[in-house]
Design a binder for this molecule. Structure first.
Ligand SMILES: [Zn+2]
Length: 128
């Protein structure tokens, strides 16, 4: 689990609270999850998407700085986290029922995409 995961859950929670519902976030050493005490929020595209979108925005925003881009060991993880959370937002929104019930295929697929992206960027830009 990364700080981006907590930001992801905060994104879902912000939308939940903005609609007037109670929410909870559970964080342990391996994962984080949030729960919105509403049956309506499962129908909200904003609720489904905003976790990944917020994490993606927060991770990619520092890349706008040339100083951050020049520090490659910071830039590469930020890009990987930003892109993987954007992909996560798409999957979570488009395939929500599968996303919330699947514990094996999607986490492994997202991890594989992140690893390929990480090592691809490392090979291309990580040389000194
Ligand atoms: Zn989510």
């Amino acid at each position: 689990m990364t700080p981006a995961t907590v930001i992801h859950e905060l994104g879902h929670s912000v939308v939940c609270v903005a609609h007037g519902y109670k929410q909870s976030i559970q964080i342990d050493s391996m994962s984080a999850s949030s729960y919105c005490y509403s049956s309506e929020m499962g129908d909200s595209y904003l609720f489904k998407a905003f976790g990944g979108l917020l994490a993606s925005i927060v991770m990619l925003a520092p890349i706008a700085s040339a100083k951050i881009r020049s520090i490659i060991w910071i830039a590469i993880p930020l890009v990987v986290l930003g892109i993987s959370h954007a992909i996560n937002a798409f999957i979570e929104t488009a395939f929500y029922d599968f996303y919330i019930t699947d514990n094996s295929i999607l986490p492994q697929l997202l991890m594989m995409i992140s690893l390929v992206l990480f090592f691809g960027l490392l090979i291309k830009y990580g040389r000194v």
